[in-house]
Structures are given as structure tokens and as C-alpha cells.
Design a protein around this ligand. Structure first.
Ligand SMILES: Nc1ncnc2c1ncn2[C@@H]1O[C@H](COP(=O)(O)OP(=O)(O)OP(=O)(O)O)[C@@H](O)[C@H]1O
Ligand SMILES: [Mg+2]
Length: 499
């Protein structure tokens, strides 16, 4: 079963009882005394890699590294591979959360949250869950898997709702006293939306939020049809149960089929990328929790490369913090972020197919890689898509824009990293492989940021304008040697088609 059952979800962020009670001295029980006459053990090779902290988060007594504790704190201050479950680490999103709470509380609608991978949907869902629990909602979190079925999900949901909230059971009745749940009332036959709605119609004295996260992972049309039907049933009968659905999607219809029938009953929210201020907060929260300080320029570097992605911001903050600690510092400098960016690039490159890697390397030689990187920045939060309007916005000079469009068109026609793409917004381009986008973008952003710090003849080092603003791209274009024609990767040289 690939979805997390509600019990697991409810214990998010809490240590299991056993771990809470564990005595640190048990973890570090003294090694058995060496018997006299026993052959002396070879000392462990100090250089051999080993874990630096114990599984219970205590410092290893073998290590006298005074930064070991900073390292442990940093690990929980930035968790790039896990969603946020602790409100202290949750940055920004105040408007989004307010809107979500209002629609659940005031409009009593069901919520669908969609957006790009890593934009922060699950983190939002966790924080929303906490807020709802504070208001005594029963929240049941389910992470959908490829094989999730309506039946198994709603059996698990019902198992989390105590019978004492069923209008047919007095709080003192035997079954509710014994800790029974709504699941006890379900038939053995496969659950249908009507059956579930009939059961939840009996709820009294509470409200239930059913969170279906990673909804995109389960693409069974039957599952989606059942969910749409359930939303309709719950809404039509004003049942005290609301759904919160979250998943990766470019638009709403991609996430929920049969949407026309339930459009009035849902509030759909596309989770936006974070503002620079919000990413700044993300770094500040981590500073507070880890005890490290990030130099102003280091934070600016992180904010610039993150480009609104909490995932990238968390990843770079984490890696750069570790880089500083490795050098025996508790302040994070630009050079640490640079190392972090290199490390991220290695990670992202590993996710790209060999075929695309070769095309990217060729694009670097032919001078179009940076241009592709700038466009990747624009496409990063647009389902990997961009079109001529994005190029015009990035390259206001008509001559640059025209030659760039020609280069892009040629790359797409030869299916080099790009392909043409038609949708309701018209003709555009898409990166042929999702993993290529962050890689190309980070390369371009790193180059731009570091170049902007090189002292110019008269200028002080400046933070580059965000890459979706024209000046950066224009400057990049201007900085390219005018006599060096760019060429499409693998294509014939094209005069003036430079980034
Ligand atoms: N508001 C936030 N404050 C701080 N960090 C955040 C915030 N939102 C997300 N993050 C960080 O960004 C990363 C991605 O977040 P999350 O897993 O919530 O995204 P997601 O949209 O659910 O991703 P996926 O599409 O892969 O399911 C995580 O490392 C998380 O720690
Ligand atoms: Mg998620």
C-alpha cells in the first residue's frame, strides 16, 4: 500500500513514544571492557568516512568536532528532501494560507491545490492541517499512490473518525465508549461515493477535512471520477466533510477530471512561486534554528538562484551551511553558496538522461546554453513551457529577440533539448526533459550572479535583477562577444543569435 495512512500522517513531526523516552546514555553505553590478554584491536582509521551523529540525534562521543551540533541543527533547519511539518520552518505563504482557511471555513467549499513539483504543496497542506486541528477539525491526511483506490482511502478515513461524532450514537453508547470508529459501520462491499456520503451525512459535533495529497500520482480515471462524484454528493447535502486535494498539475482540469460538474463546489488554487521576500524568510528561519548566519550576499545568491522555488532555496541553504561548517565557520559566505550550487548542479545533472547531457554540453560549446538557461528560468514554473512572449519580455531589443527566436526555433525543429508545443495559449516551446530545466537554470543563474559581483570599472558589485526581468537577459546578451556567433547545439552557426 503506497499511500500513508492517516495514523502515520497524524504523527508527523512527533517522535514515536519509544524515541521520546529513550535515554541518551543507553545509546552510548560504554563498550565492553577489553579482556586482559585479548589481542589489541586495530584503531579505526580516522580518515575512514563515518556518520557524524547518532540515529537519536545525539552527538557521537567519538567526535570532538565542536561543529557537530551545528551540523545536526542545520539538518533540521533545512530539509530539502522533506516537506515542512514544523511551523517554525514554514516561510511566507500567509496570503495563500488565509485564502485556504477562508474558503474552507466561510465558503465551505472543497479545495484543490495544484502547482509545480516542489513548489510547497505538501508543506502548505501540513501547516493547514495543524491550523484545522487547532480548530478541532478531524483531519485525515492521505498521500495517494499509483494504486490507490477509493475504497481503501475512505475506509482509512472512516477509521479515523470516532463513532461518538455519529448522530446515531450517544457519547455514552457502548460502541463509542469502546473507541469505535465510522469504519465499523462500513459494509464489506466495495465503497461507492454515495455510500461514503451517506455515512458522513450522519456526522455531528465536528467537521472532517480529508486531505488527498500527491493526487496526480494516481491517474486511475475511476478513482478521479469517484472523488468528483463524492465532492458533488457532499456539497449537495451540506455534509460536514470537506476535501483538500493537492497535486502536481499545470492546470486544474489536468488534476481533476469531470470538473464541470463540481466547479461551483470547489476552490482551486495554483500555488505560486515564492517572492524574494518569502525566500529571504526561509533563509532567516533556518538561521534561527541552526544558529548559523548567512552573509547578506550569500542570502542574495540563494534567493537569486532559487528563483521562487522553496525547494531550491532549502537545498542551497542546506548545502552551503554544511560547506561553511566543514570549513570551521558558522557564517555562510558567497563561496559556500557557490560550492552548494556546484553540488546541486552535480545532483541535477545526475537526473538528466545521457542523451540530454550530451546535447547540453554541445550547447555550451556553441554558446546557446546560457540562453536556454534563461528560458528555463522562465519555464520553471510554467510547466516547462515558454513562448515568443517570454522571449520578448526577456529580450526587449527587437534584434536580440528576433535572432534568439530563430535559434530557439531551430533547436526545437531539430528536437535539441526543446520541442514545439501547441496549447490553449498558442504555439510555444517545451523542454523535452523535465530534469533539464533546473540544471540549465541554475547554471545560467550562477553565471549571472557571479559575473555581477566582479568589480566593474566604476560599478560596485550589484545583485542581478531577477532573470525574468529584462535587464539581466539583455546584459547577458550584451556581454557575449559580439563577433562570436551562437549556434544551435548541433546546428550550423547562426549569425548574431546569441544570448
Ligand atoms: N513555506 C515553506 N517554507 C520553507 N520551506 C518550504 C516551504 N514550502 C516548501 N518548502 C521546502 O520546499 C521543498 C518542497 O516542498 P514540498 O514537498 O511541500 O513541495 P510539493 O509541492 O509538495 O512537492 P511535490 O510536487 O514533489 O509533491 C521542501 O524541502 C520543503 O522543505
Ligand atoms: Mg508534495
Amino acid at each position: 500500500m503506497s499511500w500513508i495512512n492517516s495514523l502515520m500522517a497524524r504523527s508527523f513531526g512527533r517522535k514515536p513514544k519509544a524515541a521520546q523516552n529513550a535515554q541518551p546514555n543507553l545509546v552510548f553505553a560504554a563498550p565492553p571492557a577489553v579482556r586482559e590478554g585479548a589481542p589489541a584491536k586495530k584503531p579505526l582509521d580516522a580518515a575512514f568516512p563515518r556518520f557524524q551523529s547518532m540515529a537519536g540525534d545525539q552527538l557521537s562521543p567519538r567526535l570532538n568536532d565542536r561543529f557537530a551540533s551545528a551540523r545536526i541543527k542545520l539538518r533540521s533547519a533545512f530539509t530539502p528532501s522533506q516537506p515542512i511539518t514544523d511551523r517554525r520552518m514554514f516561510a511566507g505563504r500567509v496570503d495563500v494560507l488565509t485564502t485556504l482557511i477562508r474558503s474552507i471555513e466561510d465558503q465551505r467549499v472543497h479545495v484543490i491545490m495544484y502547482g509545480e513539483r516542489g513548489i510547497g504543496k505538501t508543506s502548505l497542506v501540513h501547516v493547514l492541517t495543524r491550523a484545522a486541528e487547532e480548530a478541532r477539525y478531524i483531519v485525515v491526511y492521505c498521500s495517494c499512490g499509483a494504486g490507490s483506490t477509493f475504497d481503501e482511502i475512505f475506509r482509512a478515513v472512516a477509521a479515523d473518525v470516532p463513532l461518538l461524532f455519529h448522530s446515531g450514537f450517544a457519547p455514552t453508547a457502548d460502541a463509542s465508549e469502546r473507541g469505535g470508529t465510522l469504519a465499523d459501520l462500513l459494509p464489506a462491499t466495495v465503497l461507492t461515493p454515495r455510500l461514503v456520503a451517506d455515512l458522513f451525512a450522519k456526522l455531528t459535533g465536528t467537521r472532517v477535512l480529508v486531505v488527498l495529497d500527491e493526487f496526480d500520482v494516481c491517474d486511475s480515471p475511476e478513482f478521479r471520477r469517484n472523488i468528483a462524484e463524492l465532492i458533488k454528493n457532499l456539497s449537495d447535502r451540506s455534509i460536514r466533510t470537506q476535501l483538500v486535494i493537492a497535486g502536481v498539475a499545470a492546470d486544474l482540469t489536468e488534476l481533476v477530471e469531470h470538473i464541470p460538474s463540481i466547479r461551483r463546489n470547489i476552490f482551486a488554487l495554483q500555488v505560486p512561486k515564492m517572492s524574494a521576500t518569502e525566500v529571504n524568510h526561509l533563509v532567516e528561519n533556518g538561521e534561527e534554528l541552526s544558529g548559523l548566519t548567512y552573509d547578506k550576499a550569500a542570502t542574495e545568491f540563494i534567493v537569486f538562484v532559487a528563483n521562487g522555488s522553496p525547494y531550491l532555496a532549502s537545498l542551497l541553504s542546506h548545502h552551503s551551511g554544511l560547506a561553511a561548517i566543514d570549513k570551521g565557520r558558522t557564517n555562510v559566505a558567497v563561496e559556500d553558496v557557490s560550492l552548494a550550487v556546484d553540488q546541486a548542479l552535480t545532483e541535477f545533472r545526475g537526473r538528466i538522461s545521457r542523451h540530454s547531457q550530451l546535447q547540453i554540453d554541445h550547447a555550451a560549446k556553441t554558446g546557446v546554453r546560457h540562453v536556454l538557461g534563461v528560458m528555463a528560468g522562465a519555464a520553471l514554473f510554467n510547466n516547462g513551457r515558454f513562448d515568443d512572449r517570454d522571449i520578448d519580455a526577456l529580450y526587449p531589443s527587437a534584434a536580440n529577440a528576433a535572432s534568439f527566436k530563430a535559434t530557439i526555433e531551430e533547436l526545437a525543429s531539430r528536437q535539441i533539448l526543446l520541442e514545439t508545443h501547441e496549447d490553449e495559449y498558442g504555439r510555444g516551446y517545451r523542454f523535452s526533459e523535465e530534469a533539464v530545466l533546473p540544471y540549465l537554470w541554475i547554471l545560467a543563474a550562477q553565471k549571472r550572479f557571479l559575473e555581477s559581483r566582479k568589480p566593474a570599472a566604476t560599478d560596485k558589485p550589484a545583485v542581478p535583477t531577477t532573470p525574468d526581468k529584462a535587464p539581466v537577459a539583455e546584459k547577458a546578451a550584451a556581454e557575449k562577444p559580439a563577433d562570436k556567433p551562437a549556434e544551435a547545439a548541433g546546428a550550423t552557426p547562426r549569425a548574431a543569435g546569441r544570448p
